[in-house]
Design a protein around this ligand. Sequence first.
Ligand code: PXP
Length: 250
Amino acid sequence: MNADRVGRRVLLGVNVDHVATLRQARGTSFPDPVEAARLALEAGADGITVHLREDRRHVQEHDVRRLRATAGCKLNLEMAATDEMAAFALDVRPEDVCIVPERRAELTTEGGLAVAGNESTLAPLVGRLVDAGIRVSLFVDPDRGQVEASRAVGAQVVELHTGRWCDASGDAAASELRALREAADAAVRRGLVVNAGHGLTTGNVGPIAALPAMNELNIGHSIVARAVYVGIGEAVREMRRAIDRALAGE
Ligand code: PXP
């Protein structure tokens, strides 16, 4: 067993966007992402993540407000770097905001945020959120330049995009994992908290959970998909066990 991992806990944030996707598909009031969040928390999730997209394709503002009012729910709001979203976040006051790039035509968040090169627009927006006591995370590709720029604009957290690693195999996967490890280590050296997410499943989460710098994993699609078969509580417990197995070096 790796001594570095003993007693370490990696937090699990459960993204319930796709519970809302199912609801919106029929314009009903069910399934309710807030009820799913409550069950996920009961099953051991450390927090709940939702992405309020510009096109409101899944989660709605009232969902975020109801999650905010849910006892014991550490809320991570993913949002685009717009004034409209910043005003909403300042009104709702989630514990965490994760700023993500957003394109209307994309199926999901496709790549990391271009922080480097956009410092002058991001720094004031990050500053307003941080001044209000919200912890700000930037969703970036595992790239040193993006990590350094994230620190420079005042973010306290980087969430590393694991999508490319999840899609890769063989040598390409090894090189993506190396990039994730190096970006995570660089972030920690700069005093940033390191989270990660995108495309993670019980089958691939191990190497990411085991990265020494890892603080929290935000996982949605695979948990909600698994919940169709076994229920969301069991899907969350399965993910928790997969993360803990990796930390135990199994
Ligand atoms: N983190 C961020 C910033 C995301 O945009 C997403 C997708 O909404 C996730 C994590 C979760 O990804 P997945 O749904 O593939 O688990």
